[in-house]
Design a protein around this ligand. Structure first.
Ligand code: HEM
Length: 213
């Protein structure tokens, strides 16, 4: 117990929590994107996929509880790290100035993270907390993206998600100590590839749905 409180109290423990929960989200994003690719196939394929998910019953509920737990840990730990950095900002400024290597992703993590939180809340109200009697999940998606404002909001949100994961991906490897100098260039390339796949993969869906409607 003492070990747990000591580790969590230390900055490295917090980074470890951010990395583990962040990796969990990246696995979720990959699975969600693969599932959403059914939208490209058509209405029946996507509805069959959504129904298949619901049929998982308790397994799906357990998975959702895990997502909520991960979100709480990621948000609270991230906010605490942000607060600590903010308190130490005069030093941080000097460190950043000389360290170099700051990217748009690394410099904006707390802000992009906050925007993603707002997006996920909106997203859940769009597609999850809705009355699904006498309609299908495909029709709900179609009706939401018939509003150009939602299309724009979703595309902008996907750009923010891409920026967030472009740093989160390789940073998670680093925090977990998997940053061997031999593999780091590959991990950096993979983080850009992952960000682009997530950004375009999700971001093109609202456009495609609009073009089909
Ligand atoms: C154009 C992009 C996206 C579309 C069209 C989309 C579509 C959907 C749909 C239709 C559902 C409800 C499925 C159902 O109830 O059967 C859903 C759930 C969800 N989506 Fe997305 N999604 C997109 C992007 C994202 C992104 C980028 C994230 C995370 C940052 C995300 C997070 C979630 C979460 C957390 C749920 C609830 C999962 C659950 O309750 O099991 N989605 N999405």
């Amino acid at each position: 117990m003492n070990w747990i409180t000591n580790t969590m109290g230390a900055s490295i423990g917090k980074k470890l929590m951010m990395a583990l929960t962040g990796m969990g989200f990246m696995i979720f994003l990959t699975a969600h994107l693969v599932g959403n690719l059914n939208l490209y196939i058509g209405k029946d394929a996507f509805n069959a996929y959504a129904e298949g998910l619901q049929k998982l019953g308790p397994v799906l509920r357990l998975f959702e509880a895990g997502l909520i737990l991960f979100a709480v840990v990621h948000i609270l730990t991230g906010s605490w790290l942000f607060y600590q950095n903010w308190q130490a900002r005069p030093q941080r400024y000097q460190v950043n100035k000389s360290a170099g290597g700051r990217t748009i992703g690394s410099g904006t993590m707390p802000y992009t993270g906050f925007v993603i939180l707002l997006f996920v809340i909106l997203h859940l109200f769009n597609f999850t907390f809705v009355d699904k009697t006498n309609t299908t999940v495909f029709d709900i998606v179609l009706s939401k993206f018939s509003n150009p404002l939602y299309v724009l909001v979703y595309i902008a949100a996907m750009a923010v998600v891409a920026i967030h994961v472009s740093h989160g991906f390789w940073s998670a490897f680093q925090s977990l100590g998997l940053n061997h100098s031999k593999y780091m260039p590959l991990i950096m390339v993979l983080s850009i590839v992952f960000a682009v796949v997530v950004g375009i993969g999700f971001g093109f869906l609202p456009v495609y749905i609009t073009l089909q409607a």
